[in-house]
Design a protein around this ligand. Structure first.
Ligand SMILES: [Zn+2]
Length: 136
């Protein structure tokens, strides 16, 4: 069960940086190759910058060369929601945090074929916070 977090937009504006707000609550995309976690290879967990829910493990992170942080899997599938639609003029599957409904990035099927048939979560670094952990 996911406990949905609902906050007034004003509160999001105060809590997030301008870039985070525009990407996570608005309709802009992080500029490719600028993300803080793009090349991070440390062991740990990536959480939603909006609500702190752990979404990705460094175990599933890989370099796709597309300019955003990419993951082949999520920590727990129902933590993320997807929505097919047109964003910035392109048809794609959007990925959002199910807990706080913040935009995370997009889902593609051109990733490494592991247990997830090429699933690639392409995620904005600014939508995430990273915590180092040996457990990951
Ligand atoms: Zn969230």
């Amino acid at each position: 069960m996911i406990d949905y977090i609902s906050r007034p937009e004003e509160e999001w504006k105060k809590e997030l940086t301008k870039e985070q707000y525009e990407v996570m609550r608005g309709d802009t995309v992080e500029i490719p190759y600028t993300g803080e976690y793009l090349t991070t290879i440390k062991r740990g967990f990536y959480s939603c910058a909006g609500c702190g829910t752990e979404l990705f493990s460094s175990k599933t992170k890989f370099d796709h060369g597309s300019g955003w942080a990419c993951f082949s899997d999520t920590v727990q599938e129902d933590l993320l929601g997807t929505r097919f639609g047109t964003r910035l003029g392109t048809e794609q599957t959007e990925v959002f945090c199910n807990t706080c409904k913040s935009h995370m990035g997009h889902l593609f099927k051109d990733g490494p074929v592991t247990k997830n048939d090429g699933t690639r979560y392409s995620i904005n670094s600014c939508s995430l916070t990273f915590k180092k952990s040996e457990k990951r």
